[in-house]
Structure formats: structure tokens, C-alpha cells
Design a protein around this ligand. Structure first.
Ligand SMILES: [Ca+2]
Ligand SMILES: [Ca+2]
Length: 244
């Protein structure tokens, strides 16, 4: 019997408690800051670092999507979506498959538009359905879950903002904060499509409308904040390494 096996048999309750509490606090389901990517090219579709199973999908029939060393006030290697025609221009952040069935998530990103006349949609989706979405709209307006729901917070051209969208799967609600402000018009709103399956698969950022704008994006991360089943391989490895 190995030392690890003996340890597991001897202290199963303690091991589970360690694994559960630490895995939940630290689990990252998607992460991309583009800082290791090549300037002037499209972003790495397999973003480096944890988790290993996350993925980026891009669509560029309506423009180009390029990692830049700096773009206006965003100086830490953002990716820039430059819309040039009526085709689609989008970036999807796809969660690690092992982490799509948890209960609660935080989705964070920083973004900035160059004009105040634009049309950008940033939505969170289950396998099939829209859960919640924020829209950049004409005149510096931000809207959440539908055009009838403008937020108190708007946007100004060339001023980056940091967004945090939380998803609560059991209650089928989402909430959005902008630069740390929990706007009252975007808290605990029901999923746009209530029949969404109980999984979270992707963050979908797409440019549309008739104005050919540029949109800069950086520091996308999706964090698991609550999960019934601890599945973090890194944490398991760290436990295992103590006995080898
Ligand atoms: Ca990765
Ligand atoms: Ca960056």
C-alpha cells in the first residue's frame, strides 16, 4: 500500500474538506489576458495558463481582430476588434468543459469603444440559450437584458471600464457591476431564456450595427465561485504531491 493510499484511507474526511474548500475558492474556468500573444496577430485560441481546457473562438468575416501592444488608454496588450464590413466580428470565451456544471460564476473583463454610436453585445450563454447580456448602444448608453432597461452607468468613448457579471444557476439570475458599482437596473435579473440548461458554456462578444467602430478588450476571466463537485485538477495535484 502506498503512502498516498494509506493517507487517503486514514483521513478521508479531512482530505475532502481541504479539497472542497480550496477548489471552490480558486477555480478558474477561463482566463485570457493576451500578454503572451504576438502583437499584430490574432489572439492565441488556446489561451496559455490555467485552465488547460479553455478556448477562444473568433469570427472575422466583418473585420479584423488583433492583439496590440497598446490601444489608447488600454496599455497592457488588449485585443482590438476592428469592424470593417457588415459581416460578423466576434470573440467567444469558452469555459473548460470540466467546469460548466457549477452553481455560481463571476465573469470579468475590461473593455472600451472608440465611438459613442455603436452596437456591441456581450452575452453569457448556456449550451443553447442566452442567460444575460449587456449592450453598448448609441449615445454612450449601456443596456442590460433588453433595450427597455438602460443602466444608470453609461460609457464614454476611449474610456476603459471594468465589468463583473455574476451568474447564479440555481436561481436562474444574473447581475452586473461596472467599475465596482452594482447598478440597480442590472441586479438579480431572470435569465433571458428561462429554459436555459443548467450549464454555463460561453461568453460571447459581438460587434454589429452600421458603424464601423473599434472595440478593445482585455483581462477576461471566468471564476467558479460555487460548485457542488470539486473538480480542480490543480488542487488535487497539490494534495497528492504532499504524499509523494
Ligand atoms: Ca488555458
Ligand atoms: Ca493584456
Amino acid at each position: 500500500m502506498s503512502r498516498l493510499t494509506r493517507a487517503l484511507l486514514g483521513a478521508p474526511i479531512c482530505l475532502f474538506a481541504f479539497s472542497a474548500s480550496h477548489a471552490i475558492a480558486q477555480t478558474i474556468a477561463f482566463q485570457a489576458d493576451f500578454n503572451l500573444d504576438t502583437v499584430g496577430e490574432e489572439p492565441n485560441l488556446d489561451p496559455p495558463g490555467e485552465p488547460s481546457g479553455d478556448e477562444i473562438i473568433i469570427s472575422t468575416s466583418g473585420g479584423i481582430l488583433t492583439v496590440m501592444q497598446s490601444f489608447g488608454a488600454m496599455t497592457d496588450k488588449p485585443v482590438v476588434l476592428d469592424r470593417r464590413s457588415s459581416g460578423s466580428l466576434s470573440l467567444q470565451a469558452i469555459l473548460d468543459p470540466d467546469l460548466r456544471s457549477c452553481n455560481t460564476y463571476l465573469v470579468r473583463w475590461t473593455s472600451m469603444l472608440t465611438e459613442a454610436t455603436n452596437n456591441v453585445t456581450i452575452g453569457v450563454y448556456s449550451e443553447t440559450s442566452l442567460m444575460g447580456a449587456m449592450y453598448y448602444r448609441e449615445g454612450g448608453v449601456l443596456v442590460y437584458n433588453g433595450l427597455q432597461n438602460p443602466l444608470e452607468t453609461g460609457y464614454a468613448p476611449n474610456v476603459p471600464q471594468t465589468f463583473e457579471l455574476s451568474i447564479d444557476i440555481p436561481s436562474k439570475t444574473t447581475s452586473l457591476s461596472i467599475d465596482g458599482y452594482a447598478d440597480p437596473n442590472s441586479q438579480n435579473l431572470p435569465f433571458v431564456l428561462l429554459n436555459s440548461t443548467e450549464t454555463f458554456r460561453r461568453l460571447y462578444i459581438t460587434l454589429g450595427g452600421f458603424d464601423y467602430e473599434e472595440f478593445a478588450l482585455d483581462d477576461i476571466e471566468i471564476i467558479v465561485t460555487g460548485c457542488n463537485v470539486p473538480t480542480n485538477k490543480t488542487t488535487w495535484s497539490s494534495v497528492k504531491s504532499r504524499y509523494e
